[in-house]
Design a binder for this molecule. Sequence first.
Ligand SMILES: [Zn+2]
Ligand SMILES: [Zn+2]
Length: 484
Amino acid sequence: MEDMHIHLKLGVTDISIMKKYIEKCRELGINKVLFLDHGNRISTKHIPVLNKPQIIKSFFYNINIVKKENPDMEIKAGIETDFSYDEKFKEKEIKNITSYPFDYVIGSVHGMEKSDYIDYLQANIDMLKTYPIDIIGHLKLRKEYQKYKDVIERIVKIATDKNVKFDINTSDRSRWNIQQLEYMLNLFKKYGTKYTIGSDAHCIEEIGYHIKEEYVKIDKILNEDKRDIEYTVVSRGTEKYGSQGYIGITTPIDDKRLLVLSKHFDKYIDTYKDSFEIPIKYTIENIAISRFELMVALTLKPILNLIDDNILIIGLGNLGFTALLYLLENKYKNITIITNNIKDFQTNSIKKLNEDYKANIKFTDSYNMAYNTYIEATGNSKVIENIMETAENLSNIIILGVPREEEYLINPLDVSRRSLRVIGGHELNGHSIKERDNLFKELLEINDKKNLKKFVNIYSEKDDIREKILNCKENFIEVIKYDL
Ligand SMILES: [Zn+2]
Ligand SMILES: [Zn+2]
């Protein structure tokens, strides 16, 4: 694994820092590094680092020492040069980068964030034409990049003709999202362009940032046939804000499946952080149900002792339904449900659950009765408002859905005067990975003993599946064979 964009800062001349950087790389499994820093800076707000002979000499001196000490690592010395149209600056900086044996010169256009995108792109072209560089640094793909695909393609072509590589920059400032990465890699394929991968670390903690994930993404994109999502769990609820509503289950790898959010990867989703490893002994139905139930259980488990057996669930989607299952499993029997137009599969399932658990689950269409606990599972502000208006003093209000429209905000005065206990939702992010993993395993084990087939509908892949799945709902939890 490589990290070909690491700023050394003080480590340029302080070898003890450089050595710490190398140790950090070792820890992360990075065996090829490009240590560098900026040369002269065009903006006076930025401090130049590698722009004086004694500093640069000291840099090379130290690099040679660490190279000897780490023969198993490929350690390169570089500089990140600032592009400028200012002839004087340009002359000085080109002299700077050509006077020393840098392994790589990264050329970067900085300080044009406020310029028109086309001017920024043109600056990159002009840099390629006038600067002797080896790598083009962090080419930004702004929102509107699609409109400038011809210019971007020209940049790739010119760079390739000049034997300049692309810096696949994994910093939060410059990382391409999955669609952009796919687009650029296809261009690289078309022209035979080479690239390096770099974190653009500006401190030791940032070394290797997002690099491993980038390797995985690149591998997936370059090997399209490596289809590894076998099932997609459809979530129609509030989760669509984060993962676009899709949860993927991979084909078995080493006797395990991986549960990942979204379609393999998404701009905002760090798949490793959001993934679960699941032994293949568990069925797809179990995985799908346990995944939704996990969000419920994370919230309900710590407060079960506060909940009396007189509960209203509002909403019978994936979350509402798994909340029901979780409560039944925890010996609750008196549960009432409010949901829009009750469907046959819902009535039938509830009947079956009443028999299985000897429970008293019923439907209602009003908030008239008093309940000990209200479970909001719609993600609708209006519903929360209704609950707040009707809940008896001392009730529990558990918000499993997450309204994003911010139309209704809970009034602290209501909470305070009526001693309502408002308990927050199902956000996985609010819980540690260990906590989530352990609870998920627990649920898989419990659900393993149940017949879940009747609650999960698995569609096989067909041409019209997308329409079908989005337009109708045939069961509580829907899973599509293969990636949606
Ligand atoms: Zn830069
Ligand atoms: Zn940089």
